[in-house]
Ligand binder design. Structure first.
Ligand code: AMP
Length: 406
Protein backbone atom coordinates (compact mmCIF):
# COMPACT_ATOMS: atom_id res chain seq x y z
CA UNK A 1 0.00 0.00 0.00
CA UNK A 2 0.92 3.65 0.07
CA UNK A 3 4.38 4.40 1.42
CA UNK A 4 2.80 7.48 2.98
CA UNK A 5 1.35 5.18 5.64
CA UNK A 6 4.84 4.75 7.09
CA UNK A 7 4.82 8.36 8.29
CA UNK A 8 2.12 8.23 10.95
CA UNK A 9 0.18 10.95 9.17
CA UNK A 10 -3.51 11.49 9.87
CA UNK A 11 -5.73 9.07 7.98
CA UNK A 12 -7.46 11.93 6.13
CA UNK A 13 -4.12 13.24 4.84
CA UNK A 14 -3.20 9.80 3.51
CA UNK A 15 -6.60 9.62 1.78
CA UNK A 16 -6.09 13.06 0.22
CA UNK A 17 -2.63 12.19 -1.00
CA UNK A 18 -3.84 9.01 -2.64
CA UNK A 19 -6.75 10.94 -4.19
CA UNK A 20 -4.09 13.16 -5.78
CA UNK A 21 -2.69 9.98 -7.32
CA UNK A 22 0.58 9.89 -5.33
CA UNK A 23 1.53 6.24 -4.97
CA UNK A 24 4.89 6.54 -3.26
CA UNK A 25 6.61 9.42 -1.48
CA UNK A 26 9.30 11.13 -3.56
CA UNK A 27 12.88 11.04 -2.19
CA UNK A 28 12.57 14.48 -0.62
CA UNK A 29 9.31 13.48 1.04
CA UNK A 30 10.89 10.31 2.42
CA UNK A 31 13.62 12.35 4.05
CA UNK A 32 11.73 15.48 5.08
CA UNK A 33 8.50 14.18 6.50
CA UNK A 34 9.92 12.17 9.44
CA UNK A 35 12.44 14.91 10.30
CA UNK A 36 9.77 17.59 10.27
CA UNK A 37 7.26 15.56 12.27
CA UNK A 38 10.11 15.27 14.80
CA UNK A 39 10.25 19.06 15.01
CA UNK A 40 13.68 19.47 13.38
CA UNK A 41 14.80 22.50 11.42
CA UNK A 42 15.55 21.66 7.82
CA UNK A 43 17.82 22.78 5.01
CA UNK A 44 16.54 21.40 1.70
CA UNK A 45 18.61 21.86 -1.41
CA UNK A 46 15.99 21.03 -3.98
CA UNK A 47 14.06 22.66 -6.74
CA UNK A 48 10.38 22.74 -7.59
CA UNK A 49 9.36 19.51 -9.26
CA UNK A 50 10.81 17.24 -6.58
CA UNK A 51 7.61 17.14 -4.52
CA UNK A 52 8.93 19.57 -1.94
CA UNK A 53 5.57 21.28 -1.38
CA UNK A 54 4.08 18.10 0.04
CA UNK A 55 7.37 17.38 1.83
CA UNK A 56 7.06 20.52 3.95
CA UNK A 57 3.30 20.96 4.06
CA UNK A 58 2.14 17.46 5.04
CA UNK A 59 3.94 17.58 8.44
CA UNK A 60 2.56 21.07 9.10
CA UNK A 61 -0.98 20.02 8.22
CA UNK A 62 -0.57 16.85 10.27
CA UNK A 63 0.66 18.73 13.31
CA UNK A 64 -2.05 21.39 13.19
CA UNK A 65 -4.74 18.83 12.34
CA UNK A 66 -3.80 16.88 15.47
CA UNK A 67 -3.32 19.89 17.76
CA UNK A 68 -6.04 22.43 17.12
CA UNK A 69 -5.87 25.64 19.11
CA UNK A 70 -7.77 28.90 19.21
CA UNK A 71 -5.59 31.15 17.13
CA UNK A 72 -5.27 34.77 18.14
CA UNK A 73 -6.74 37.39 15.81
CA UNK A 74 -4.41 38.56 13.02
CA UNK A 75 -1.95 35.81 13.86
CA UNK A 76 -0.82 32.67 12.06
CA UNK A 77 0.64 29.38 13.29
CA UNK A 78 2.78 28.96 10.18
CA UNK A 79 4.17 31.16 7.43
CA UNK A 80 5.30 29.96 4.03
CA UNK A 81 7.19 32.65 2.16
CA UNK A 82 7.68 32.11 -1.57
CA UNK A 83 8.90 34.47 -4.32
CA UNK A 84 6.17 34.55 -6.96
CA UNK A 85 2.42 34.85 -6.99
CA UNK A 86 2.10 31.76 -9.14
CA UNK A 87 4.12 29.66 -6.71
CA UNK A 88 2.13 31.07 -3.80
CA UNK A 89 -1.22 30.10 -5.32
CA UNK A 90 0.14 26.72 -6.39
CA UNK A 91 1.35 25.98 -2.85
CA UNK A 92 -1.97 27.13 -1.39
CA UNK A 93 -3.90 24.95 -3.80
CA UNK A 94 -1.85 21.91 -2.82
CA UNK A 95 -2.20 22.62 0.89
CA UNK A 96 -5.96 23.08 0.57
CA UNK A 97 -6.16 19.75 -1.28
CA UNK A 98 -4.04 17.89 1.29
CA UNK A 99 -5.84 19.40 4.31
CA UNK A 100 -9.39 19.11 3.01
CA UNK A 101 -11.77 18.06 5.78
CA UNK A 102 -9.46 19.04 8.66
CA UNK A 103 -10.97 22.49 9.15
CA UNK A 104 -7.65 24.33 9.01
CA UNK A 105 -7.75 28.04 8.33
CA UNK A 106 -5.53 28.96 5.42
CA UNK A 107 -4.93 31.99 3.24
CA UNK A 108 -2.64 33.03 0.41
CA UNK A 109 -1.61 36.68 0.10
CA UNK A 110 0.25 38.44 -2.71
CA UNK A 111 0.26 41.81 -4.40
CA UNK A 112 -1.57 42.84 -7.53
CA UNK A 113 -4.98 41.92 -6.08
CA UNK A 114 -7.17 43.66 -3.50
CA UNK A 115 -5.91 43.46 0.09
CA UNK A 116 -9.17 43.85 2.07
CA UNK A 117 -10.22 40.25 1.63
CA UNK A 118 -6.72 39.20 2.78
CA UNK A 119 -6.92 41.47 5.83
CA UNK A 120 -10.39 40.17 6.76
CA UNK A 121 -9.35 36.52 6.56
CA UNK A 122 -6.12 37.01 8.53
CA UNK A 123 -8.13 38.91 11.17
CA UNK A 124 -9.80 35.62 12.12
CA UNK A 125 -6.47 33.93 12.82
CA UNK A 126 -4.82 31.35 10.56
CA UNK A 127 -3.17 27.96 10.69
CA UNK A 128 -1.29 28.46 7.45
CA UNK A 129 -0.40 31.69 5.67
CA UNK A 130 1.28 31.50 2.25
CA UNK A 131 2.73 34.83 1.14
CA UNK A 132 5.01 36.66 -1.24
CA UNK A 133 7.37 39.14 0.45
CA UNK A 134 6.03 42.48 -0.81
CA UNK A 135 2.39 42.11 0.21
CA UNK A 136 3.34 40.44 3.48
CA UNK A 137 5.59 43.36 4.46
CA UNK A 138 2.77 45.73 3.60
CA UNK A 139 0.38 43.77 5.88
CA UNK A 140 2.99 43.69 8.65
CA UNK A 141 3.50 47.45 8.42
CA UNK A 142 -0.22 48.18 8.69
CA UNK A 143 -0.49 45.83 11.68
CA UNK A 144 -2.87 43.49 9.84
CA UNK A 145 -0.75 40.42 10.56
CA UNK A 146 1.49 39.52 13.49
CA UNK A 147 3.55 36.51 14.38
CA UNK A 148 2.80 36.07 18.09
CA UNK A 149 1.42 32.59 17.48
CA UNK A 150 4.00 31.51 14.87
CA UNK A 151 5.28 27.94 15.24
CA UNK A 152 6.68 27.11 11.79
CA UNK A 153 8.41 29.26 9.18
CA UNK A 154 9.14 27.97 5.66
CA UNK A 155 11.38 29.98 3.37
CA UNK A 156 10.83 28.58 -0.11
CA UNK A 157 13.08 29.16 -3.15
CA UNK A 158 15.56 31.25 -1.16
CA UNK A 159 17.90 31.63 -4.15
CA UNK A 160 15.08 32.94 -6.33
CA UNK A 161 14.31 35.50 -3.62
CA UNK A 162 17.89 36.62 -3.96
CA UNK A 163 17.77 36.70 -7.78
CA UNK A 164 14.56 38.71 -7.73
CA UNK A 165 15.92 41.30 -5.32
CA UNK A 166 13.67 40.29 -2.39
CA UNK A 167 16.48 39.44 -0.02
CA UNK A 168 16.22 42.57 2.11
CA UNK A 169 12.46 42.15 2.41
CA UNK A 170 12.96 38.54 3.46
CA UNK A 171 15.47 39.59 6.11
CA UNK A 172 13.07 42.25 7.41
CA UNK A 173 10.27 39.70 7.63
CA UNK A 174 12.51 37.22 9.46
CA UNK A 175 13.42 39.93 11.97
CA UNK A 176 9.71 40.14 12.91
CA UNK A 177 9.36 36.42 13.66
CA UNK A 178 9.67 34.94 17.15
CA UNK A 179 13.05 33.27 17.77
CA UNK A 180 11.46 30.09 19.07
CA UNK A 181 10.06 28.36 16.02
CA UNK A 182 10.69 25.52 13.59
CA UNK A 183 12.42 26.82 10.45
CA UNK A 184 12.67 25.21 7.01
CA UNK A 185 14.74 26.69 4.21
CA UNK A 186 14.55 25.44 0.63
CA UNK A 187 16.83 26.58 -2.16
CA UNK A 188 17.78 25.04 -5.51
CA UNK A 189 21.32 26.36 -5.15
CA UNK A 190 23.38 27.64 -2.24
CA UNK A 191 25.04 30.95 -3.07
CA UNK A 192 27.10 32.47 -0.24
CA UNK A 193 24.30 34.82 0.88
CA UNK A 194 21.89 31.90 1.39
CA UNK A 195 24.57 29.89 3.18
CA UNK A 196 25.03 32.74 5.65
CA UNK A 197 21.30 33.23 6.04
CA UNK A 198 20.83 29.50 6.66
CA UNK A 199 23.49 29.52 9.37
CA UNK A 200 21.74 32.44 11.04
CA UNK A 201 18.19 31.11 11.06
CA UNK A 202 18.50 27.32 11.32
CA UNK A 203 19.33 25.36 14.45
CA UNK A 204 21.02 21.99 13.90
CA UNK A 205 19.04 21.45 10.72
CA UNK A 206 18.50 18.15 8.98
CA UNK A 207 20.20 18.62 5.59
CA UNK A 208 18.69 17.18 2.47
CA UNK A 209 20.00 17.54 -1.04
CA UNK A 210 17.96 16.27 -3.95
CA UNK A 211 19.68 16.42 -7.28
CA UNK A 212 16.61 16.33 -9.49
CA UNK A 213 18.40 18.21 -12.19
CA UNK A 214 20.15 15.21 -13.70
CA UNK A 215 16.88 13.30 -13.73
CA UNK A 216 15.19 16.18 -15.51
CA UNK A 217 17.91 16.48 -18.09
CA UNK A 218 17.97 12.78 -18.82
CA UNK A 219 14.27 12.72 -19.62
CA UNK A 220 14.30 15.78 -21.86
CA UNK A 221 15.06 15.38 -25.53
CA UNK A 222 17.11 18.52 -26.14
CA UNK A 223 18.13 20.13 -29.38
CA UNK A 224 19.36 23.46 -30.67
CA UNK A 225 18.50 25.23 -33.93
CA UNK A 226 21.12 27.61 -35.36
CA UNK A 227 19.53 30.47 -37.27
CA UNK A 228 19.51 34.16 -38.12
CA UNK A 229 17.61 36.34 -35.70
CA UNK A 230 15.12 37.42 -38.38
CA UNK A 231 14.10 33.81 -38.92
CA UNK A 232 13.02 33.14 -35.36
CA UNK A 233 9.31 33.77 -35.93
CA UNK A 234 9.17 31.77 -39.21
CA UNK A 235 11.01 28.89 -37.49
CA UNK A 236 8.56 29.05 -34.61
CA UNK A 237 5.61 28.69 -37.03
CA UNK A 238 7.40 25.87 -38.76
CA UNK A 239 7.88 23.99 -35.50
CA UNK A 240 4.32 24.61 -34.36
CA UNK A 241 2.99 23.09 -37.57
CA UNK A 242 3.65 19.80 -35.84
CA UNK A 243 0.36 19.15 -34.10
CA UNK A 244 2.05 16.65 -31.75
CA UNK A 245 3.24 19.69 -29.83
CA UNK A 246 -0.02 20.18 -28.01
CA UNK A 247 1.15 22.24 -25.08
CA UNK A 248 4.08 24.53 -25.74
CA UNK A 249 5.88 26.80 -23.30
CA UNK A 250 8.09 29.44 -24.92
CA UNK A 251 10.67 31.33 -22.91
CA UNK A 252 11.89 34.69 -24.02
CA UNK A 253 14.00 37.44 -22.58
CA UNK A 254 11.68 40.42 -22.22
CA UNK A 255 8.03 41.20 -21.52
CA UNK A 256 7.94 43.19 -24.73
CA UNK A 257 9.36 40.26 -26.69
CA UNK A 258 6.78 37.91 -25.16
CA UNK A 259 3.91 40.15 -26.25
CA UNK A 260 5.28 40.42 -29.79
CA UNK A 261 5.50 36.64 -30.11
CA UNK A 262 1.93 36.26 -28.85
CA UNK A 263 0.66 38.77 -31.42
CA UNK A 264 2.49 36.94 -34.22
CA UNK A 265 1.06 33.59 -33.13
CA UNK A 266 -2.46 34.93 -32.83
CA UNK A 267 -2.22 36.24 -36.39
CA UNK A 268 -1.64 32.66 -37.45
CA UNK A 269 -4.65 31.55 -35.38
CA UNK A 270 -2.49 29.80 -32.80
CA UNK A 271 -3.99 30.28 -29.34
CA UNK A 272 -1.36 31.97 -27.18
CA UNK A 273 -0.92 34.26 -24.18
CA UNK A 274 2.00 35.81 -22.38
CA UNK A 275 2.93 35.43 -18.72
CA UNK A 276 5.08 38.17 -17.28
CA UNK A 277 5.18 40.72 -14.51
CA UNK A 278 3.76 43.46 -16.76
CA UNK A 279 0.36 41.75 -16.71
CA UNK A 280 -2.17 42.08 -13.93
CA UNK A 281 -2.49 39.16 -11.56
CA UNK A 282 -5.97 38.33 -12.88
CA UNK A 283 -4.70 38.17 -16.46
CA UNK A 284 -1.71 36.02 -15.43
CA UNK A 285 -3.92 33.62 -13.55
CA UNK A 286 -6.35 33.34 -16.44
CA UNK A 287 -3.52 32.65 -18.90
CA UNK A 288 -2.06 29.95 -16.67
CA UNK A 289 -5.45 28.38 -16.06
CA UNK A 290 -6.27 28.30 -19.78
CA UNK A 291 -2.88 26.79 -20.49
CA UNK A 292 -3.42 24.13 -17.82
CA UNK A 293 -6.84 23.32 -19.24
CA UNK A 294 -5.38 23.23 -22.78
CA UNK A 295 -7.72 25.90 -24.14
CA UNK A 296 -4.48 27.74 -24.85
CA UNK A 297 -1.83 25.92 -26.85
CA UNK A 298 1.10 28.25 -26.30
CA UNK A 299 2.24 30.19 -23.25
CA UNK A 300 5.05 32.71 -23.75
CA UNK A 301 6.82 33.52 -20.51
CA UNK A 302 9.77 35.30 -19.00
CA UNK A 303 11.97 33.39 -16.55
CA UNK A 304 10.73 35.13 -13.46
CA UNK A 305 7.04 34.63 -14.14
CA UNK A 306 7.46 31.00 -15.08
CA UNK A 307 9.78 29.98 -12.26
CA UNK A 308 8.43 26.82 -10.78
CA UNK A 309 5.11 26.79 -12.58
CA UNK A 310 3.62 23.37 -12.42
CA UNK A 311 1.64 22.47 -15.50
CA UNK A 312 1.17 18.85 -16.45
CA UNK A 313 1.91 17.48 -19.89
CA UNK A 314 3.90 20.30 -21.43
CA UNK A 315 5.06 18.62 -24.63
CA UNK A 316 7.62 21.16 -25.74
CA UNK A 317 9.67 23.94 -24.20
CA UNK A 318 11.17 26.45 -26.64
CA UNK A 319 13.99 28.75 -25.64
CA UNK A 320 13.25 31.58 -28.04
CA UNK A 321 16.16 33.35 -26.37
CA UNK A 322 18.83 31.43 -24.50
CA UNK A 323 18.89 32.18 -20.79
CA UNK A 324 21.93 34.13 -19.58
CA UNK A 325 22.27 31.99 -16.49
CA UNK A 326 22.79 28.29 -17.28
CA UNK A 327 20.78 27.39 -14.16
CA UNK A 328 17.75 28.92 -15.81
CA UNK A 329 18.20 26.56 -18.75
CA UNK A 330 17.73 23.65 -16.39
CA UNK A 331 14.73 25.29 -14.73
CA UNK A 332 13.18 26.01 -18.09
CA UNK A 333 13.53 22.60 -19.67
CA UNK A 334 12.44 21.05 -16.39
CA UNK A 335 8.93 22.40 -17.08
CA UNK A 336 8.51 19.49 -19.48
CA UNK A 337 9.35 15.86 -18.64
CA UNK A 338 7.60 16.05 -15.30
CA UNK A 339 6.35 13.16 -13.21
CA UNK A 340 8.55 10.66 -15.03
CA UNK A 341 7.31 11.60 -18.51
CA UNK A 342 9.66 12.54 -21.31
CA UNK A 343 9.57 15.89 -23.07
CA UNK A 344 11.19 18.03 -25.73
CA UNK A 345 13.24 21.19 -25.42
CA UNK A 346 14.27 23.22 -28.46
CA UNK A 347 16.63 26.18 -28.18
CA UNK A 348 17.08 28.89 -30.79
CA UNK A 349 20.65 30.13 -31.08
CA UNK A 350 21.99 32.96 -33.23
CA UNK A 351 25.67 33.46 -33.89
CA UNK A 352 26.10 35.77 -30.90
CA UNK A 353 24.68 33.10 -28.61
CA UNK A 354 27.51 30.63 -29.14
CA UNK A 355 29.34 31.54 -25.95
CA UNK A 356 26.13 31.35 -23.93
CA UNK A 357 25.32 28.00 -25.48
CA UNK A 358 28.78 26.79 -24.60
CA UNK A 359 28.28 27.86 -20.98
CA UNK A 360 24.99 25.98 -20.82
CA UNK A 361 26.55 22.85 -22.29
CA UNK A 362 29.41 23.01 -19.84
CA UNK A 363 26.97 23.46 -17.02
CA UNK A 364 24.87 20.41 -17.95
CA UNK A 365 27.88 18.38 -19.09
CA UNK A 366 26.29 17.57 -22.44
CA UNK A 367 26.57 18.82 -25.99
CA UNK A 368 23.09 19.74 -27.18
CA UNK A 369 22.58 18.26 -30.66
CA UNK A 370 22.19 20.77 -33.50
CA UNK A 371 19.27 20.16 -35.83
CA UNK A 372 20.54 20.92 -39.33
CA UNK A 373 17.58 19.43 -41.15
CA UNK A 374 15.41 22.55 -40.86
CA UNK A 375 14.61 25.29 -43.38
CA UNK A 376 16.38 28.12 -41.56
CA UNK A 377 19.59 26.37 -40.56
CA UNK A 378 22.62 28.61 -40.55
CA UNK A 379 26.13 27.26 -40.37
CA UNK A 380 28.17 29.10 -37.75
CA UNK A 381 31.92 29.09 -38.02
CA UNK A 382 32.58 28.24 -34.38
CA UNK A 383 30.92 25.16 -33.04
CA UNK A 384 30.66 25.22 -29.26
CA UNK A 385 33.22 23.07 -27.51
CA UNK A 386 32.57 21.13 -24.35
CA UNK A 387 34.78 21.72 -21.37
CA UNK A 388 36.50 18.34 -21.01
CA UNK A 389 36.41 18.40 -17.22
CA UNK A 390 32.64 18.48 -17.15
CA UNK A 391 32.11 16.03 -19.97
CA UNK A 392 29.85 13.18 -18.92
CA UNK A 393 29.52 9.67 -20.29
CA UNK A 394 26.09 10.39 -21.70
CA UNK A 395 27.56 12.66 -24.35
CA UNK A 396 27.59 9.62 -26.61
CA UNK A 397 23.98 10.40 -27.55
CA UNK A 398 24.67 13.81 -28.80
CA UNK A 399 25.53 13.55 -32.45
CA UNK A 400 22.15 12.24 -33.31
CA UNK A 401 19.32 14.60 -34.05
CA UNK A 402 16.53 13.47 -31.76
CA UNK A 403 13.85 15.88 -32.83
CA UNK A 404 10.76 14.61 -34.52
CA UNK A 405 10.71 15.08 -38.26
CA UNK A 406 7.97 17.28 -39.51
P1 AMP B 1 6.49 20.33 -6.23
O1 AMP B 1 7.96 20.06 -6.29
O2 AMP B 1 6.00 20.39 -4.84
O3 AMP B 1 6.10 21.53 -7.04
O4 AMP B 1 5.73 19.08 -6.88
C1 AMP B 1 5.84 18.78 -8.23
C2 AMP B 1 4.70 17.93 -8.74
O5 AMP B 1 4.79 16.61 -8.21
C3 AMP B 1 3.31 18.43 -8.34
O6 AMP B 1 2.48 18.32 -9.48
C4 AMP B 1 2.86 17.49 -7.27
O7 AMP B 1 1.43 17.36 -7.27
C5 AMP B 1 3.53 16.19 -7.69
N1 AMP B 1 3.83 15.28 -6.56
C6 AMP B 1 4.24 15.62 -5.31
N2 AMP B 1 4.45 14.51 -4.56
C7 AMP B 1 4.21 13.45 -5.37
C8 AMP B 1 4.26 12.03 -5.19
N3 AMP B 1 4.62 11.48 -4.04
N4 AMP B 1 3.93 11.25 -6.24
C9 AMP B 1 3.57 11.79 -7.43
N5 AMP B 1 3.49 13.12 -7.68
C10 AMP B 1 3.81 13.94 -6.65
Amino acid sequence: MSGFKEFSLLESIIDRVSLKGYKQPTPIQNECIPALINGNDLLGIAQTGTGKTAAFSLPIINNFGRNKIDIKAKSTRSLILTPTRELASQIMQNIDDYSDGLGLKTKVVYGGVGRQNQVDTIALGLDILVATPGRLLDLIETGDVNFQALEVFVLDEADTMLDMGFFKDVQTIISKLPKKRQTLLFSATMPAEIEILAQGILTEPTKIQITAQTVTIDLVNQSVYHLEKTNKVPLLFNILENSDYEKVLIFCKTKFGADIIVKALEKESITAASLHSGKTQAVREEALQNFKESSLRVLVATDVAARGIDVDNITLVINYNLPEDPRNYIHRIGRTARAGKSGMAISFAVENDMRQLNNIENSIGQVIPVVTDQPFHKEFSKAPKLDKKKKKKNVKNTNRSRTKKR
